[in-house]
Design a protein around this ligand. Structure first.
Ligand code: SP5
Ligand code: ZN
Length: 351
């Protein structure tokens, strides 16, 4: 399969994230992607390419998945941050004040002029630092997702958008969970626009794909399925419950399969079969797989117990759907193993 590599990914390199009242080193680091690349060097799965997507095409695609005010916010966030205080140039951007939704007395209908307030309006956690190169890195990543979808539209069986920052937590107008632009949603929409009437997104990251779910929640043409740690105890907490089934025209087109922290491969694999059955029942003609490898037993921030060899089985099972498939690179923070696990999955899927 063709692999679209984000050559700008290293421009996004956060230093620290907030965790339980302390600043800790970022989990989502450039070395993650570098390890995937190194493993692909040892076990090649296909040609490595740069995406050839023009700025106008990219901007049009971004504007269909994200709100214009949010995109404008991302485009100028770094400059606005430094404008607040020149000393900010030495620090990553992180929100620290938020409006409480659904609470009496908080206005969210007027856009605050203060950048710190705007930051809290768009960002849902204090763990997703933004810096000078974030916008460029995220844009190039979105181009990788579009190029991968284009490859599949051209007849390829599969393609891989090898990019970071990841995307599945990014919603129409929010960032968080290390994500800024929703690469999987961009790929799914591109597949729709290219002629696939029904597209499925099957998210296998440990964390619920709250951004992707939100983007497609009221749509009948894109099925979103996610297997993840139960949001009652696991990040991102506020979405991902089993009773979220879609709304309006999208009623029935969202399936959440939360599993308890501590779940091993036998039970995870049964959830995957349920997910794949839903994709088949939906009648999808193309598939997008946000490929998170943080279900790994050695992951430092997650709680499932998949082993490296299991990822080949996951790849085989996904191939069993028999659908043209776009993979996007999402979570996976056991840095030394993330390359092995990613390539095991791709190898299991086959070229
Ligand atoms: C794309 C993706 O996988 N994003 C995940 C973002 C998770 N950020 C919050 C991490 C909270 C970690 N809890 C750690 C417990 C470690 N002892
Ligand atoms: Zn994750």
């Amino acid at each position: 399969m063709k692999i679209f590599l984000n050559a700008d990914h290293h421009r996004h390199a956060g230093r620290q994230e907030m965790f339980r009242g302390r600043m800790v080193p970022c989990h989502e680091v450039p070395a993650r992607l570098d390890h995937v690349l190194a493993e692909l060097g040892r076990r090649p799965q296909g040609e490595l390419l740069s995406p050839a997507i023009g700025d106008a095409t990219l901007d049009a695609a971004l504007a269909r998945m994200h709100h214009p005010d949010y995109l404008q916010f991302l485009a100028t966030a770094w400059a606005d941050w430094v404008a607040m205080d020149p000393a900010n140039a030495e620090r990553d951007v992180l929100p620290s004040v938020w409006p409480l939704p659904n609470r009496h007395g908080f206005r969210t209908d007027t856009s605050p002029a203060n950048f710190a307030a705007r930051l809290g309006l768009y960002g849902f956690d204090a763990g997703s630092p933004l810096m000078a190169g974030t916008w460029a890195a995220a844009r190039s990543g979105a181009a990788c997702a579009l190029a991968a979808a284009g490859e599949v539209l051209g007849g390829a069986r599969s393609a891989f958008a090898l990019t970071r920052p990841p995307g599945h937590h990014a919603g129409p107008d929010f960032f968080g969970g290390y994500c800024f632009l929703n690469n999987a949603a961009l790929a799914a929409q591109a597949l729709r626009d290219g002629g696939h009437h029904r597209v499925a997104v099957l998210d296998v990251d440990y964390h619920h794909g709250n951004g992707t779910q939100t983007i497609f929640y009221e749509r009948a043409d894109v099925l979103t399925v996610s297997i993840h740690g139960d949001p009652r105890t696991e990040y991102p907490f506020f979405l991902g419950h089993a009773d979220e089934r879609g709304a309006g025209a999208g009623e029935g087109a969202n399936l959440n399969l939360p599993l308890p922290r501590g779940t091993g491969f036998t039970d995870w694999r049964m959830a995957l079969d349920t997910a794949l059955q839903a994709v088949t029942n939906f009648g999808a003609s193309a598939l997008v797989v946000p490929m998170g490898l943080d279900t790994f037993e050695g992951d430092p921030i997650s709680g499932f117990h998949l082993r490296s060899a299991d990822y080949a089985t996951v790849g085989q099972a996904l191939a069993g759907a028999g659908l043209p498939t776009v993979f996007t690179f999402e979570g996976g923070y056991a840095v030394a193993e993330v390359g092995i696990n990613a390539v095991n999955l791709l190898e299991g899927f086959g070229r």
